[in-house]
Design a protein around this ligand. Structure first.
Ligand code: SF4
Length: 303
């Protein structure tokens, strides 16, 4: 009998049961001599598990950051940064990540505030779930509203859903979405700790750009989302979301990496991940933008 493996297994089961609201087990009911011999170990695990169960929910994100601390060498693999032409300063990312680890996200995880925002977002979603205000409503499979933390430090905004998103009803789940998730992770923020959405909520057929009329029809939704989410920073992905909020912005190649203001929110434009998949040489510039996003986010959330 591998007792250490058994103890880990039991600890996992206790944690699972605790998550389901079951806090105590009848130890005497456990059958068999072999199991009986680990009862002392089990008692230790119960007390450790009770510590976990009494931990306030606000510390969950801190735990995630602690996980990064423990796995500091495990920088996520980004497919595109293995290119010879793409020289990424991993030490720089590593250092930024360490700064990130030391930050406490507690101020962004106010549960009550988060729940109120969540309800407000749900109401907007219900209002627009069957929206036919523009032609995109006719051809969509699912409306892609947005996903993530309802009290996020950063929101990422693309132009519109693609084919995978249209089927799943979730933003950025295709190839470009996977790249975006990896890039967010590489700067030490988990995808669940930000909010991700698009300017238009329904897929433009054939992945064409949404027309100005479609953008204008859909604009009230993203404006309400921003108002409710009230992020510290908005990251626009590509030309369309950037020009939606900053009409006089130059093309994304010039606009990227430069802080702008939209009403009371700061904006950093960067490339759309689909563009990065097609133009690998732009990846180092995108990394510069992501490092800027991280430094800004953690500077303002620490103040
Ligand atoms: S894209 Fe926006 S405005 Fe057009 S149908 Fe979808 S939700 Fe409505």
């Amino acid at each position: 009998m591998d007792y250490s493996a058994l103890l880990i297994q039991i600890a996992n089961q206790l944690y699972f049961l605790n998550q389901k609201g079951i806090k105590y087990l009848n130890i005497k009911a456990l059958p068999g001599l072999e199991v009986k011999s680990v009862i002392n170990g089990l008692e230790e695990i119960i007390s450790k598990e009770n510590v976990i169960s009494s931990e306030p929910r606000e510390n969950i994100t801190t735990k995630k950051l602690q996980k990064y601390k423990e796995n500091i060498e495990e920088l996520p693999e980004i497919d595109l940064i293995t290119e010879k032409s793409v020289k990424v300063d991993k030490n720089s990312i590593h250092n930024l990540k360490q700064k990130n680890i030391n930050h406490n996200f507690d101020q962004t995880t106010n549960l009550e505030d988060s729940q109120i925002k969540s309800v407000s977002l749900s109401k907007i979603l219900e209002k627009y779930r069957s929206c036919q205000n523009c032609a995109l409503g006719v051809t969509r499979k699912k409306l892609v509203f947005g996903s993530g933390l309802s009290n996020p430090p950063v929101i990422f905004i693309g132009e519109g859903p693609g084919a995978d998103e249209d089927v799943q009803g979730e933003p950025f789940v295709g190839r470009a979405g996977k790249l975006l998730t990896k890039m967010i992770s590489a700067i030490g923020i988990e995808r669940d700790d930000v909010y991700i959405t698009n300017i238009v909520k329904c897929r433009p057929p054939g992945n064409r750009n949404p027309t100005p009329a479609e953008i204008s029809c859909c604009l009230p939704i993203i404006k309400q989302q921003i108002e409710i989410l009230n992020p510290k920073l908005i990251v626009t992905l590509g030309n369309i979301p950037t020009k939606t909020f900053i009409p006089d912005a130059p093309g994304i190649t010039k606009a990227r990496g430069k802080m702008k203001q939209y009403e009371k929110w700061k904006i950093i434009p960067t490339f759309h991940p689909s563009y990065l998949l097609r133009n690998r040489t732009a990846m180092p510039l995108a990394w510069d933008d992501f490092k800027m996003i991280m430094e800004f986010t953690f500077k303002i959330t620490q103040s």
